[in-house]
Design a protein around this ligand. Structure first.
Ligand SMILES: [Zn+2]
Length: 316
């Protein structure tokens, strides 16, 4: 791709859908956020329909002048070569021909991939992974997953499920229940959704907590971390366990893949205090070659959108 080429990009996250136009140099020319059609456990075909509706709205006010291609990043398993969105999760697995659907809507060639693998492309081109053949990007947001490059190759796996490291167990004897059926998964303890579930499970043991636990909406990670800093016992427990779980996951990955660097992104680690809590729990033996962890140098809110565009440009 050339720096002045333009790509129409969609980044589907757990809380929002971003649509934008991104240049080959990674510059965002225009973007708009929409409520995520993933919210509320929607069926996969309905989510795809929701993406098309938001795309139509975006196109109504943004001409596609100079745009030559299209890319989308979505959660779950994606067959990038065939343009198929295979599943959101094991219970929502109605395959959608997403690249064809989106591309036909705009008359542009379209490529799709998993959202974290899209973010990994952005990190490799413009962020902490620039020029590195062995690099790990761990996204800790609503869920947890890792984009892994080993020996210059992006890990996809035989079923496009490689890198779903949120379900690496980090607390074997713990009681944090994960929707995947195991206990002690990193995602069940350290992700936004895990923090919310654990806050509800542990609330009765901490009657004096000041944490707001709303009905019909998730607890806010920023509030948990702020109250932890103020000494709220429930929030200290939640944040401490989350930092421990994230540090364990990162070190499991470092021991497994021996990368040159590890970068973190996502809403949970965007809080500098939380990032430090994780960094403090890393051990010297494990981290001696990577010299600790780094926060993404890209805007964590936009990494996915830039990555979706790089997928559209077919960047490796
Ligand atoms: Zn799990």
């Amino acid at each position: 791709m050339k720096p002045d080429e333009k790509c129409l990009a969609l980044d589907l996250g757990g809380t929002k859908l971003l649509v934008g136009i991104v240049s080959g140099a990674g510059e965002i020319m225009a973007s708009r956020g929409y409520p995520s059609p993933l919210a509320g456990g929607a069926d996969q075909r309905d989510v795809a329909a929701g993406m098309l509706a938001s795309l139509d709205d975006f196109l109504a006010s943004h001409p596609l002048e100079g745009v030559t291609c299209m890319g989308a990043g979505v959660v779950g398993r994606v067959d990038n070569a065939r343009g198929l969105w295979l599943e959101i999760d094991p219970r929502r697995c109605a395959t959608v021909e997403l690249a064809r659907l989106l591309g036909e809507r705009c008359g542009l060639p379209c490529r799709v991939d998993n959202d974290v693998r899209c973010a990994l492309r952005a990190e490799r081109l413009f962020g902490r992974g620039r020029g590195l053949d062995d690099f790990i990007y761990v996204n800790i947001g609503t869920g947890i997953a890792a984009g892994i490059v080993t020996g210059g190759h992006m890990v996809k796996g035989a079923h496009f499920n490689g890198g779903e490291t949120g379900h690496v167990a980090v607390d074997i004897s713990g009681d944090a229940q994960c929707p995947c059926g195991r206990t002690g998964c990193a995602e069940a303890i350290a992700s936004g959704s895990g923090l919310d579930r654990r806050a509800r499970a542990l609330r009765s043991r901490y009657p004096r907590t000041r944490l707001t636990i709303p009905e019909g909406a998730p607890c806010r990670a920023e509030e948990i971390f702020r109250l932890a800093r103020e000494g709220d016992a429930l929030c200290l427990r939640l944040a401490g366990d989350a930092a421990e779980a994230a540090a364990a996951l990162i070190q499991n990955l470092v021991w497994t893949f021996d990368p040159e660097a590890v970068a973190l992104g996502g809403g949970v680690v965007a809080d500098p205090w939380m990032f430090d809590q994780i960094a403090q729990r890393l051990t010297e033996d494990c981290m001696r070659f990577v010299h600790g962890i780094q926060l993404t140098s890209l805007d964590p809110r936009l990494t996915g959108l830039i990555g979706a565009a790089m997928c559209g440009f077919d960047a490796p």
